[in-house]
Design a binder for this molecule. Structure first.
Ligand SMILES: Nc1ncnc2c1ncn2[C@@H]1O[C@H](COP(=O)(O)OP(=O)(O)OP(=O)(O)O)[C@@H](O)[C@H]1O
Ligand SMILES: [Mg+2]
Length: 267
């Protein structure tokens, strides 16, 4: 059951299950990087729709545009042209602040390098995405207690409740990545996005982390995972292969009923 989340102006946002449509609706996405006088088109017209509850692996050679795509999907970066709607929110309409808000509410990230804050405990790290969450009428103290309880529940879910007081430097790599998974799921985001989450792990920790993704998928979460490894991708029900900034293969592509918004510049 998803908690009622705060929107802007203290209006309760829609509970996740009330938002209709796909989690990811990306149409003719293009991303151009400019470095000095050189421009490079890292995404050259990508159309991708991912429905709620899907488990999708994104694969492709180095430099093909996978992380660029992930940055767009996670609202860490914006398109040069095309349209993107995340959980029903058209990202083009949002300013920096709203984008950060959507990112915080709708996306849980897991990175290859874990990206935990070294000075915080496991619990402190997992609480971070909840920092600004407070239900209407709730005292600051009660809100903090609720955030702590949610963090401990998330740590318990990844099998690390006993490591709640440990700092990242006091945990193994596999444990740190499980803390990162707890941080990704604690806010009940619409989407869990992982970029090479097992890239720095040994095979036993890889199995642990993949088992967690399997569980998240089984419990109805939407998981998008970037990987180089066939073994990792084989856990996902759908594989999208990216090559030279384009989708070369999509084992789960479906036709679009309608595009959400007007398309950007076309080729
Ligand atoms: N900030 C940037 N400025 C300029 N070019 C960039 C930038 N980020 C990425 N690129 C270029 O865009 C292309 C796609 O990069 P991206 O990081 O998306 O690849 P990738 O598929 O994630 O590769 P890898 O598997 O090595 O992580 C590359 O040619 C890269 O050099
Ligand atoms: Mg990458």
């Amino acid at each position: 059951m998803s908690a009622l989340l705060l929107g802007h102006d203290d209006e309760p946002a829609l509970a996740e299950e009330d938002v209709p449509g796909p989690v990811i609706d990306l149409v003719d996405a293009r991303k151009t990087y400019t470095t000095g006088a050189i421009t490079f088109e890292a995404l050259r017209g990508v159309t991708l729709r991912i429905d709620r509850g899907e488990y999708v692996a994104i694969m492709g050679p180095s430099g093909s545009g996978k992380s660029t795509l992930m940055n767009i999907l996670g609202c860490l970066d914006v398109l040069t042209s095309g349209s993107y709607a995340l959980a029903g929110h058209d990202v083009a309409d949002l300013d920096e602040e709203d984008l950060a808000d959507i990112r915080n509410r709708e996306v849980g990230f897991v990175f290859q390098q874990f990206h935990l804050l070294p000075s915080l405990s496991a619990k402190g790290n997992v609480m971070l995405p909840l920092t600004y969450r407070q239900n209407p009428g709730q005292s600051a103290r009660a809100a903090r207690r609720a955030r702590e309880e949610a963090a401990v529940r998330a740590l318990d879910r990844v099998g690390l409740a006993d490591k709640a007081p440990n700092r990242p430097g006091q945990m193994s790599g596999g444990q740190q990545q499980r803390v990162a998974v707890a941080r990704a799921l604690v806010g009940e985001p619409a989407l869990i996005l992982a970029d090479e989450p097992t890239g720095n792990l040994d095979s036993s920790s890889t199995d642990d982390v993949l088992a967690l993704f399997d569980e998240l998928h089984a419990s109805g979460r939407t998981v998008v995972l970037i990987t180089h490894e066939d073994e990792v991708a084989s856990r996902a029900a759908r594989v999208v292969r990216v090559r030279d900034g384009l989708i070369a293969e999509d084992t789960g592509a479906r036709s679009f009923p309608t595009a959400v918004t007007e398309q950007g510049a076309t080729a």
